[in-house]
Design a protein. Structure first.
Length: 376
């Protein structure tokens, strides 16, 4: 098997799974209970939160809120902030290439009376600062811009956006960093709130976090027992939190090794793919996370090629996993200026720490054979 769909989900490490199993078996108590074993778990969760801030190089002006994953974290950050602070202004800004768990939230907020600006992406794969400066004003209370796009891998210019926002004290900056954590060097102090997820960094599914400045006030989107200072009710998933911590430590420790290895594999793939007449590379030159290669087919059908690869146990994706069951073109590719044909006919390779040069060579040769044999 060759697995090239790591942007959708990564294989959990043995250490992560062992930590989850051990915690599930030996520490099954509810951390919100007041007896001694439960209090021990509650205190341990707080120590894990401290480690998160340490690994992310943040001080105690930030706090960690554990959630079920990136989608919930994005909802809590965006809806929670917009509804809590609507008295300060009703303008919001995001981009046209955000993950659906961001875009759909902004579409919902438009029905609640908010004015949303959806920024374009320029030819370098970044936000045009002049467009952004024209969009933001004193009624803007929230900007949400991802760190790395999950389909084409372009790295957004968060630092430049932050410099503009400094002139608007009512406005906070949120970033979906699910594809950034462990994959790109990033100064997390640039953003006021950000979203991360365990299963993107060799952890388990069902656990994520929203990290935010303590002074930022949110409305909860889940009501109940009042956990996480009332912002995210629900029983703490202690085993998942422990395993998430293992994954964060692991990816932080091995960042440089994995980055260099993956950068070399990406360069190899693009070098061969760009010389295949049938293929048009969608990555931005000189602005691409090494973990993603995206290309369109000129005459063949991507879904047929993906299926043919799958039959040979080579697993890639045609669009992001959250959108793969829907018909139509990739809104991300359309937003970066690709034609409807190109946007409807793309393939994404997303690399991970376990991929090898030999796998890339097998993929290239297999793909060439499929393109020769499959009908247009």
């Amino acid at each position: 098997m060759i697995y090239f769909d790591n942007a959708s989900s990564t294989r959990p490490t043995d250490e992560c799974l062992e930590a989850f199993l051990s915690a599930s078996k030996d520490n099954f108590y509810n951390p919100s209970s007041i007896h001694a074993p439960a209090m021990k778990l509650f205190n341990d969760i707080n120590r894990i939160k401290e480690n998160f801030l340490k690994q992310l190089k943040l001080d105690n002006s930030y706090e960690v809120i554990f959630t079920s994953g990136a989608s919930e974290s994005n909802n809590l950050a965006i809806i929670g902030y917009a509804l809590k602070n609507r008295g300060r202004g009703n303008k919001l800004i995001t981009t046209k290439i955000e993950h659906e768990s961001v875009l759909e939230v902004f579409k919902y907020l438009e029905t609640q009376g908010f004015e949303v600006t959806y920024l374009n992406i320029n030819e370098k794969g970044k936000i045009d600062l002049e467009e952004f400066k024209n969009a933001i004003d004193n009624k803007t209370i929230l900007v949400s811009i991802m760190g790395v796009n999950n389909e084409v891998g372009n790295v957004l210019n968060i630092k430049e956006i932050r410099e503009v926002i400094k002139n608007y004290p009512k406005c906070v900056l949120h970033s979906d960093l699910a594809q950034t954590l462990g994959k790109e060097k990033f100064d997390y102090s640039l953003v006021d709130m950000f979203t991360i997820s365990a299963h993107k960094i060799y952890g388990i599914k069902g656990i994520g976090a929203l990290v935010k400045k303590k002074k930022i006030m949110l409305n909860p989107v889940i009501y109940g027992g009042g956990q996480e200072n009332g912002l995210r009710s629900g029983t703490y998933d202690y085993p998942a939190i422990v395993s998430f911590n293992v994954s964060l430590n692991y990816i932080t420790k091995n960042f440089d090794t994995f980055y260099k290895k993956t950068r070399d594999l990406q360069a190899f793939l693009i070098n061969y793919l760009k010389n295949i007449d049938e293929i048009c590379i969608n990555n931005f030159q000189n602005n691409s996370s090494p973990y993603i290669v995206n290309f369109s087919l000129k005459s063949k059908k991507a879904s047929v090629v993906v299926e043919a690869l799958s039959n040979k146990e080579i697993y890639v994706s045609s669009v992001s996993a959250c959108n793969s069951k829907k018909e139509g073109a990739s809104y991300v590719l359309e937003a970066i200026g690709k034609s409807t044909r190109e946007a409807s006919n793309s393939i994404r390779i997303s690399l991970g720490k376990d991929n090898t040069l030999e796998e890339c060579k097998i993929f290239i040769e297999t793909l060439k054979g499929i393109l020769t044999n499959v009908r247009g």
